[in-house]
Design a protein around this ligand. Structure first.
Ligand SMILES: C[S@@+](CC[C@H](N)C(=O)[O-])C[C@H]1O[C@@H](n2cnc3c(N)ncnc32)[C@H](O)[C@@H]1O
Length: 222
């Protein structure tokens, strides 16, 4: 049995990366596609989109396959997940559109005003200090820039996943679950409102999705 304590980490640790990648590949694609289509509709040629906490990178890769001439950047704290995104982008022939890097949401290694758009799915609920992270998102957006912060990322993972997992991956799955409906680890609408109110974003719309998920739309107004 693995000794991972899921409550002790904010990011996905290396030993959990392959489990998350396999589950996301098998059960996350419908969600990623619907978000990718919504986001792509808003992007214009020349836009620069950052995906913060990209995990295995499926979402920015789908967006890269759909966009005309925007540039996409995606990062995660976990190098194993970033490597998956990089390899998958090459395999699917979109590595000239989407770039991956390892970084921390609390200190994004990009100058102020670097991006026109920012996306983050399934990250906010896990952060100890989500206000600082929203402030960091605000910093890297250009004035008028838009952030979509959606939480959780919806995956229809059955209790017994019908995909091939190693013994280790199954242990990790049992330790973590993929807790889309887990009250404790999901974000409530009222908590999302508090976080946004205390952040640098003055312009915010918060919606509840069909599945009880929270969708935060933020605009950097200056
Ligand atoms: C539930 S996963 C969601 C991944 C991906 N966005 C998706 O929708 O599948 C949360 C991701 O946020 C990343 N993460 C959490 N805290 C982070 C931080 N401080 N900096 C960078 N990434 C972080 C984790 O490593 C993990 O890959």
């Amino acid at each position: 049995m693995t000794s991972i304590d899921p409550d002790a980490v904010e990011y996905i640790p290396p030993e959990a990366a392959s489990t998350y990648t396999k589950l996301a590949a098998a059960y996350g694609q419908e969600y990623y596609r619907s978000v990718a289509e919504d986001v792509t509709e808003q992007l214009e040629p020349g836009d620069r989109l950052l995906d913060a906490g990209t995990g295995p990178g499926f979402l920015p890769i789908l967006i890269a396959e759909l966009v005309d001439s925007a540039r996409i950047y995606a990062f995660d704290f976990t190098p194993e997940l970033v490597k998956h995104g990089y390899d998958e982008a090459r395999r699917r022939g979109v590595d000239d559109i989407v770039s991956f890097f390892v970084a921390d949401c609390y200190a994004i290694p990009s100058p102020d005003h670097s991006y026109s758009h920012l996306l983050s799915t399934g990250v906010l609920h896990s952060l100890d200090d989500p206000i600082s992270v929203l402030d960091e998102f605000h910093r890297v957006l250009e004035p008028g820039g838009v952030a979509w912060v959606f939480d959780p990322a919806i995956m229809d993972v059955p209790d017994e996943p019908d995909i091939e997992l190693t013994e280790h991956e199954r242990d990790v799955f049992e330790a973590y679950g993929v807790a889309t409906g887990d009250e404790e680890r999901s974000l409530s609408m009222s908590r999302a409102e508090e976080i946004v109110d205390d952040s640098s974003f003055a312009d915010a719309v918060i919606e509840e999705g069909d599945r009880g998920d929270v969708r935060v739309f933020l605009t950097r107004s200056y």
